[in-house]
Design a protein around this ligand. Structure first.
Ligand code: FAD
Length: 544
């Protein structure tokens, strides 16, 4: 292990241990701390991690740190940010780098009207039955595309969705702080908020006050010094002009390829295979070991260059809620993982996402809006279910009258399912709810309308700030799509509370698939990262 990694390891152990003392959780932490970075019974054992997003990167690092030989299989490509910028395309000017083998980008004002060449670009779109799902596809997974919103859930919602085996205090005392520390999560600093490029953020604060909402600062996994460099003109402009979801050309995102995954590779025990698409998983008969089949693809044509079969002692599924569950239910259908229980695929949710915009605003919000965001507020008295609303910076074309984009998250109770789909030979999301059949959609419309009335309509500005949540507009507004898929292999249902797939002692799910369809009025990546830390702690401790 290199010196940098050892320093990180010590820092991380200190953070985790200190918090654990506070929470009275010393047993497991003390066992881990006693072994530092290497666990004798795991030395030389092999692990495959499928997917390199938040959960895959955490898992790769923790297993490699414990002495295992880790292979990460990732279908996306590796992106290296250069000082000149231009690594990624932009929302304003998309090309093949925007989307995963698609004729259209998936983000922006009217993505279906734009045509691009196909390639191994960043954002994948799954066309489900009743809902579409967007996800990041790269070495670093979703961490390259996300807005880097990293709020922590509140206990009041957590306790209604998460069972006692996943106690709020454990996350609050140990795992959310550890995830924040390792991802570098902090709120938007005041000096950046004061910059001319951030008038949209300042206008949002005024609007929230006019609504009577209590602004809650959102923390972001962003290196604000890089944003300051953007403002100073010494780094390529990206976040200060509302860009970033197609990748951070200034390098300001603390994506996991720069922290967890890099630390994993620095151990010398972790190999990342990029542009490798896993197509099949099978148990090696009677051995509790697994084989994984992956095809290495060409990044532009998508053609198969080679097919590889890799074997491992332990298999960790980190392909994201949708693709992890899809691979598993497909394996069950194909007869290669027959012992998955009947809960596999169930309990899938959209985190209550309700995407919308406000059009033709009264206040000046700017066009290339500096972001990624700043505050949200909670709508606890919503008559349908609790909700929260945040502003999301965007590069709005100058011919569009003053507009801002928003994500409302809701505590919608409905759940869908991921089932094997014979037509595609893979898992498919089933969301059996029509327009206005979910509490979350009703809550989203209710909040959006009240917000308009309080901030514009009641002041006589009847045609300003009108909410647009029409499912046919934007990148899929309202409940038409989600960026935050969760569930499918839910803890306590298809997996145990340590992520082990029921029926398979050496097969684990570590990603969004184990969360029960909701991250409780919060964007989920902080909790996914924290939970992967928790699962890998439990795995390592079980082998100490
Ligand atoms: C546009 C957008 C904005 C978002 N903004 C935010 C935000 O601000 N805050 C937030 O918390 N969340 C945000 N999210 C959601 C966030 O990306 C996910 O919650 C998070 O990345 C999930 O982490 P994960 O570890 O479960 O999986 P992922 O990060 O999705 O990683 C899964 C990886 O597995 C790979 N993979 C999938 N199938 C295969 C296969 N067959 N073979 C090999 N590899 C495979 C994928 O390419 C991917 O790299 C956003 C999502 C989108 C699409």
């Amino acid at each position: 292990m290199g010196a940098i990694t050892r320093r990180h390891a010590l820092k991380i152990t200190a953070v985790g241990t200190g918090a654990a003392v506070a929470s009275g959780l010393m047993g497991r932490e003390r066992a881990l701390a006693a072994y530092g970075t290497a666990v004798p019974s795991l030395q030389g054992k092999t692990a495959i991690v499928i997917g390199s997003g938040f959960s895959g990167a955490v898992t790769a690092y923790r297993l490699a740190q414990a002495g295992m030989q880790v292979t990460v299989i990732e279908r996306g490509r590796r992106w290296t940010v250069t000082p000149q910028g231009g690594t990624f395309c932009t929302i304003s000017n998309p090309d093949w780098r925007a989307a995963w083998f698609s004729d259209h980008p998936h983000l922006g004002l009217a993505p279906t009207l734009t045509t691009i060449e196909k390639g191994a670009g960043l954002v994948a779109k799954h066309f489900g039955d009743g809902i579409n799902v967007l996800s990041g596809t790269a070495v670093g997974g979703g961490s390259l595309v996300i807005g880097m919103f990293m709020p922590q859930p509140r206990k009041s919602e957590w306790d209604t969705v998460y069972p006692p085996q996943l106690p709020y205090d454990l996350f609050d005392g140990v795992y959310w702080p550890r995830a924040r520390q390792n991802l570098g999560v902090t709120p938007l600093p005041d000096d950046i908020l004061a910059a001319p490029q951030y008038k949209g953020a300042r206008a949002w604060l005024q609007y929230v006050a006019e609504f009577g909402g209590t602004p809650v600062k959102i923390p972001f996994a962003v290196d604000w010094d890089r944003v300051r460099a953007e403002l100073a003109g010494t780094a390529p402009a990206c976040h200060i002009i509302g860009e970033g979801p197609h990748g951070s050309n200034s390098g300001a995102k603390n994506s996991v390829d720069k922290n967890y995954l890099r630390w994993a590779e620095e151990t010398g025990r972790c190999t990342v295979l990029s542009l490798h698409v896993v197509t099949a998983i099978r148990e090696v008969s009677g051995q509790d070991r697994f084989e994984v089949v992956a095809k290495n693809i060409h990044e532009r044509s998508g053609e198969t260059l080679a097919t590889r079969t890799l074997a491992c002692d332990y298999l960790f599924m980190a392909a994201g809620s949708l693709y992890t569950t899809s691979l598993l239910v497909t394996a069950r259908h194909d007869g290669t993982l027959t012992r998955l229980n009947d809960q596999a695929g169930k309990g899938w949710g959209n985190n209550g996402d309700f995407l919308m915009s406000r059009l033709s605003l009264r206040k000046d919000v700017g066009y290339a809006q500096g972001g990624p965001g700043n505050v949200k507020f909670f709508d606890d008295a919503n008559p349908y279910c609790r909700a929260a609303m945040a502003w999301e910076a965007a590069p709005v074309p100058t011919w569009v009258p003053k507009t801002t984009a928003h994500l409302i998250t809701t505590m919608t109770p409905e759940r869908g399912e991921i089932r094997y789909d014979a037509a595609s030979g893979a898992g498919k999301v089933y969301w059996p709810y029509g327009l206005m059949e979910t509490k979350g959609e009703k809550a989203g419309r209710d909040l959006a309308t009240r917000f308009w009335w309080a901030t514009e309509g009641s002041k006589g500005y009847l045609f300003n700030g009108l909410p647009d949540y029409d499912e046919g507009t934007g990148p899929g507004f309202g409940f038409a799509g989600t960026w935050h898929p969760l569930g499918g292999m839910v803890h306590g249902k298809a997996t145990d509370f340590d992520g082990r797939v029921l029926g398979y002692p050496n097969l684990y799910c570590v990603d969004g698939s184990v969360l029960p369809g909701s991250a409780c009025l919060a964007n989920p990546s902080l909790t996914i990262t924290a939970n992967a830390e928790r699962i890998t702690d439990a795995f390592v401790a079980a082998h100490v």
